[in-house]
Design a protein around this ligand. Structure first.
Ligand code: F6R
Length: 610
């Protein structure tokens, strides 16, 4: 979603800001813009489309500014065009603003400002904020005060950076609900919405909290609250390398990330598995260990792919720990007055740690007294910092918009958690050891599936022209059916639905004819025979069956048009394996259709608005 970069220092600012915007392109956007301060004037360059289109407007040889802000926009208010792109300036042309989030009271503010004679050229809420700051600056002549006063009057969310033409030595950044990271260099500072834009220049960062701002000058910076109380911003170290942000020889980030999964799964369990004890060690849970032991219920909150891993987690935790688990769409949970007890433990699952719905749902749960733990990938992200305790998934930066390695890492962490809770309850050391050994084998098993990717791509070629797909799975693999369908629709734009296999006969069976490919996860487990009946029902209606089966199951070839094998593991761990061929299938179909796989239309990597 929208990206922010602001630079103040001694180097030419424009190329640094534009490079930062390119590093954040993966987040998804529809327009881009830059503002530099050249000889007392704010110059704005912006265009709908790619960052490169804005960059084509620039001639770096004629630019000297060491202060600049830049933005990639994902439209919320107003269509994606040149005018609505950020930065936005006030009526005097002295204030320039880039903004992520939504100003909820922009309409009443706009009316008030129009009645005072101000004019607007865009449809955006951001321009209203720029004009409002400009109005307060005209009255007070104090840039910082104008920003603080404006921000205390607006409702909604913001991550922003703002410049003033009269203040060539000041860059201000602030946040409420939308992330801002401040990179601290040597006499230079970079404010960004994502550490990806900073890593090239410095590893030292401060994560702003809600209602905090940073006022940066070349000689130093202060962090303070929006109501003007100075605070000590804790300095953190960025934990990933620039190489992790590159494609490394793969055609797409998504493919690279699919292939990283043996390593990322290993990283998620590394140092946490006590195989001989049949147990796990999760240091991040220490603060809530007692709450976990006494939890009457667990509620998992997440969105999208993370919600799917939450469903797998539900099955695992209920099976091993016998604690009731509910999995909720974070967006629904926050608005339906949920019943929450103080002995509930909430698990917020998020790759980015910045998903607005998950953050809001988690806040709601905290407000009602529940204990919140996070399962998060991005270190230092808001959900990670605002949880009472948590476990990082350690998957490294996930750049492809379609989530892959984050899903399997979440499965890894959820299986560790289920085992941990299980050992507190009814799981014996011997049973625990079996699970731990099976978990340890998963990375090599993923590797083995990846070696069959050419055969999966062959299957993809045969179905890349279809308009519909159905995905079926049962038990632990029902969420994988949902995830397989989501992957396909996100990147290939083919309509795909996931269903619990047994539900097919209650409706979706009406869709089946010779043009309908049905992906059925039919691994050897307690529901295998039932799933085979489902396959027969599809075949009887001439549907095409692509079965995901367990190695050694030769008989399934009789019923299916295509069989993709995965190595045998415990039923609870099959999702970490069955999802791999579905990721490859979706990728190969989308590649065959010539889709923009890493940046699918209309999608954003982290959804920081409601
Ligand atoms: C799917 C996908 C999205 C995210 C969802 C939640 O491929 O990427 O469905 O899973 O937006 O994002 P996080 O996990 O960052 O909270």
């Amino acid at each position: 979603m929208c990206g922010i970069v602001g630079y103040i220092g001694h180097r030419q600012a424009a190329p640094i800001v534009m490079e930062g915007l390119k590093r954040m392109e993966y987040r998804g956007y529809d327009s881009a813009g830059l503002c530099v301060l050249e000889q007392g004037n704010l110059l704005v360059y912006k265009r709908a489309g790619k960052v490169s289109q804005t960059e084509s407007l620039l001639d770096y040889t004629t630019m000297h500014s060491t202060l600049a802000i830049g933005h990639t926009r994902w439209a919320t208010h107003g269509e994606p065009n040149d005018i609505n792109a950020h930065p936005h300036t006030d009526n005097s042309g002295k204030i320039s603003l880039i903004h992520n989030g939504i100003i909820e009271n922009y309409s009443s503010l706009k009316k008030k400002l129009i009645s005072e004679g101000y004019t607007f050229s865009s449809d955006t809420d951001t321009e209203v904020l720029a004009v409002f700051i400009g109005h307060l600056y005209e009255r007070t002549g104090d840039f910082e005060l104008a920003v603080r006063s404006a921000l205390s009057e607006v409702d909604g969310t913001f991550g922003l950076a703002v410049l003033c033409a009269d203040q060539p030595d000041t860059l201000i950044a602030a946040r409420r609900g939308s992330p801002i990271v401040i990179g601290i260099g040597d006499g230079e500072y970079i404010a960004a919405s994502d550490a990806a834009a900073i890593i090239q220049h410095t590893r030292q960062v401060i994560y702003l909290n809600d209602d905090e701002m940073a006022v940066m000058h070349r000689s130093g910076y202060v962090t303070k609250t929006i109501d003007d109380r100075e605070i000590d911003g804790e300095i953190h170290e960025i934990d990933f390398d620039i190489e992790q942000m590159e494609k490394g020889g793969f055609d797409h980030f998504m493919l690279k990330e699919i292939y990283e999964q043996p390593a990322t799964f290993k990283d998620a369990i590394r140092g946490r598995l006590l195989v001989e004890d049949g147990n796990v060690k999760l240091g991040g849970l220490r603060p809530i260990e007692d709450k976990l032991r006494k939890a009457r219920r667990i509620i998992i909150l997440a969105c999208g792919t993370s919600w799917h891993s939450g469903l797998v987690g539900e099955y695992m935790i209920e099976q091993l720990a016998r604690i009731p688990v509910e999995v909720e769409y974070a967006s629904e949970f926050r608005y339906r007055s949920p019943v929450i007890y103080s002995d509930d433990v909430i698990i917020a699952i998020s790759q980015s740690g910045e998903t607005a719905d998950t953050m809001a749902a988690m806040k709601e749960a905290k407000l009602k007294g529940a204990t919140v733990m996070g399962i998060v990938n991005v270190v230092g992200s808001t959900i990670a910092r605002e949880s009472h305790a948590g476990v990082y998934t350690h998957a490294g930066p996930e750049i492809g918009v379609a989530s892959t390695k984050a899903f399997t890492s979440q499965i890894a962490v959820l299986s560790l958690l289920a085992l941990h809770l299980g050992r507190m309850n009814q799981v014996s050391q011997t049973q625990g050891k079996v699970i731990a050994e099976a978990l340890r084998a998963i990375p090599d098993q993923i590797e083995k599936i990846l070696q069959t990717s050419d055969a999966i791509k062959e299957i993809a070629l045969q179905y890349s022209h279809v308009t519909n797909f159905l995905y079926l799975g049962r038990g632990f693999n029902f969420p994988v059916a949902l995830e397989g369908a989501l992957k396909l629709k996100e990147i290939s734009y083919i309509h795909a639905e996931g269903y619990p296999a047994a539900e097919m006969k209650h409706g979706p069976i009406a869709l089946i004819d010779e043009n309908m490919p049905v992906v059925i996860i039919a691994t050897k487990d307690e529901v295998y025979e039932k799933v085979i009946s489902g396959i027969q029902e599809v075949r009887a209606r001439r549907g095409k069956v692509i079965a995901i089966a367990t190695e050694g199951d030769m008989s399934i070839a009789e019923y299916a048009d295509h069989v993709i094998y995965i190595p045998a593991t415990l039923p609870m761990l099959t999702p970490a394996l069955t999802v791999i061929p579905l990721q490859i299938l979706a990728y190969a179909i989308a590649a065959q259709r010539g889709c923009d796989i890493d940046k699918p239309r209309n999608l954003a990597k982290s959804v920081t608005v409601e």
